[in-house]
Design a protein around this ligand. Sequence first.
Ligand SMILES: [Zn+2]
Ligand SMILES: [Zn+2]
Length: 168
Amino acid sequence: MKIDVSSILKEAGGQIEIDGCVSLPDTKFLGEYRFPEPIKVKGGVSNNGKSLILRADAEGVMITSCARCMKEIAVPMKFHMDENLAREDSGIDADADVILFRDSEIELDDIVYDNFLMNVEGKYLCKEDCKGLCPECGKDLNEGDCGCSNDNIDPRWSALLDIMKDNE
Ligand SMILES: [Zn+2]
Ligand SMILES: [Zn+2]
């Protein structure tokens, strides 16, 4: 989605409303994410006399997998965007705080995508107490016990347990 800001470029105090949708690509970042439908974006761009300020909220649903049982889950997501924008030829230095744009069009897709990456979490669970998969047989433990013995203790812990036994 492109936003034409030509009408407010030279008008301090000018404002343009944003109300639209942005499609995000399938993404592999901290996990894998897909978007069944475009993300809704609502907000505005305003000219504060020095640069353009974009303030908007994005809202949508993403499909990812539970970090424990790997089941596919739909996760509602919502994030706020607050960005400083300036024209390439405005003389403002490009640094981490300013997004430069060419001519009079802002490419909203890139901004929404970057903000999504900043807001996405590394772990999503299908439910708070998801039991995950059995490390032995791979069975989904939410569906019941698999019968594997669970007394395989991580070798890093066994040394500690030995010490505890000695102290008894
Ligand atoms: Zn799960
Ligand atoms: Zn098992």
